[in-house]
Ligand binder design. Structure first.
Ligand SMILES: Nc1ncnc2c1ncn2[C@@H]1O[C@H](COP(=O)(O)OP(=O)(O)OP(=O)(O)O)[C@@H](O)[C@H]1O
Ligand SMILES: [Mg+2]
Length: 251
């Protein structure tokens, strides 16, 4: 289970971010980036954040710690901004929080360098989860205390929008030509050799167990949250075995 906190104060919207993530303070005195369950992108975005974030972390990649944030919709009552107010009002209940990396800089491929080993691990991981949101235009990579951190895994696993076609979709190739780390000679062969064997059924059961039940109910074709958890695990297990040969667009 992810740690559970309760929001005590809405601080401010983040300047960037299409889904209007916000900064909140919680009852443990932590400051979190909050991704709202009521955002237009829907709760599957939050499921993707948990599955990919917790999987990446278990594979040794750096991802800010994730928590669930209980939000009282009334927290929005005093918000002057209409858009923020309606987001808060529609997000009562369980939301996703992430440790706020204070002072982090957006990754700039011209200002920072990344080793082929690290670039390879990240490109391979993004191929595994089919992340289409790590382009050089919008890398969703942060430099914090001299190290590279991964954020924003909401636009991954396209197959969870159409489970009947998931098996076929999970086998599709990944085009890495636009990837922010494509210029760093990513060694995906080494990454696949190291990481693919670690993506086991057991690891994926642990990862998917972190998804709150509240985001897994009422999915057509699935009777229980655990059935849906197993579908996420199956799709990633199948993809881990084959994706290395299907990464396109890099040397
Ligand atoms: N944990 C964090 N610590 C510090 N800054 C963060 C953190 N998470 C996100 N940010 C900053 O906020 C921006 C928006 O966050 P994020 O990309 O997760 O939101 P989004 O709405 O999914 O964005 P978009 O769809 O526009 O890419 C990031 O690009 C980054 O600059
Ligand atoms: Mg983003």
């Amino acid at each position: 289970m992810l740690k559970e906190v309760t929001a005590t104060r809405y601080i401010t919207p983040l300047r960037e971010g299409g889904s209007l993530p916000g900064l909140v303070e919680a009852d443990d005195f932590g400051t979190y980036v909050l991704k709202f369950s009521g955002a237009g992108q829907g709760r599957k975005t939050l499921v993707a954040e948990v599955v990919c974030g917790e999987l990446a972390r278990r594979l040794g990649l750096r991802v800010p710690r994730l928590v669930t944030v209980e939000l009282d919709a009334e927290l929005g009552l005093g918000e002057p901004d209409q858009e923020v107010q309606s987001l808060l009002r529609s997000s009562g209940g369980t939301n996703l929080g992430m440790d706020f990396l204070s002072g982090a800089l957006g990754f700039d491929p011209l200002a920072f360098s990344v080793t082929p080993e690290e670039a390879g691990r990240i490109v391979w991981f993004d191929a595994l989860v089919n992340n289409v949101d790590r382009s050089w235009r919008n890398p969703n990579l942060l430099m914090w205390r001299g190290e590279l951190w991964l954020v924003d895994h909401g636009a991954t696993m396209i197959w969870h929008h159409n489970w009947p076609g998931a098996e076929a979709s999970a086998a599709r190739p990944y085009d890495a030509s636009d990837h922010a780390l494509a210029p760093f000679a990513p060694d995906v062969a080494a990454a696949a050799a190291e990481l693919a064997p670690r993506v086991t059924g057991e690891l994926l059961a642990d990862v998917t167990a972190q998804i709150p039940d509240a985001w897994l109910t009422d999915e057509p074709g699935f009777d229980t949250p655990d059935d849906l958890r197993r579908a996420y695990a199956r799709s990633l297990l199948a993809r881990a075995a084959v994706i290395h040969d299907r990464i396109q667009g890099i040397e």
